[in-house]
Design a protein around this ligand. Structure first.
Ligand code: FES
Length: 183
């Protein structure tokens, strides 16, 4: 087993548009520009009534390109849906689990046969800030509030965050659709 502790300097703490597509009712209402830049967002955005009720939401993952992360809301909580690259999957899998702060194999955090998709709550487990994608020494997420870092499986690799980004209940309704809120 190899580890992915090879340090590379943290990237800038500023997200870029490739990293995160913000999908929320508020974002759609406020940012017409975003709708132009990302025309598929409207199609993907869950109905606001569904969100408000906290019911399970079906989400179309087909438009999410390799390497992209989108952020959606379920029950008022932000969730990352990450389309992992081959390299990101390998980094997540080729990790010494026993050496992790919150030991958990990557296979326990993704659905069998769907390793390219990672779905995790988007709140840092320290004090709840939203981490920045594709940043930090492990290329997963970097929390700009106090410097916690997560790997490409959403596992905490550097504190003060104590635990991994939790995986919400979800299932695949098809190859291109997930339902968040149902296991
Ligand atoms: S809230 Fe993320 S490190 Fe403190």
């Amino acid at each position: 087993m190899t580890t992915t502790t090879s340090p590379e300097p943290p990237a800038s703490a500023h997200p870029n548009r490739r990293d995160i597509l913000l999908l929320s009712t508020a974002a759609m209402g406020a940012a017409g520009l975003a709708a132009v830049a990302w025309p598929f967002i409207d199609q993907m955005n869950p109905d606001s009534g569904t969100i408000a009720q906290g019911a399970p939401i079906e989400f179309d993952i087909a438009p999410i390109a390799d390497g992209q992360i989108v952020r959606i809301f379920w029950r008022g909580k932000p969730i990352f849906v990450r389309h992992r690259t081959t390299e990101e999957i390998a980094a997540a899998e080729n990790t010494d689990v026993a050496a992790l702060m919150d030991p958990e194999p990557d296979s326990a955090r993704v659905k069998a046969g769907k390793a390219e998709w990672l779905v995790v709550f988007a709140s840092c487990t320290h004090l709840g800030c939203i981490p920045l994608g594709h940043q930090g020494d492990w290329g997963g997420w970097f929390c700009p509030c106090h410097g916690s870092q997560y790997d490409t499986s959403g596992r905490v690799r550097k504190g003060p965050a104590p635990t991994n980004l939790p995986v919400p209940p979800y299932r695949f309704a098809s190859d291109t659709k997930i339902v968040i809120g149902e296991a």
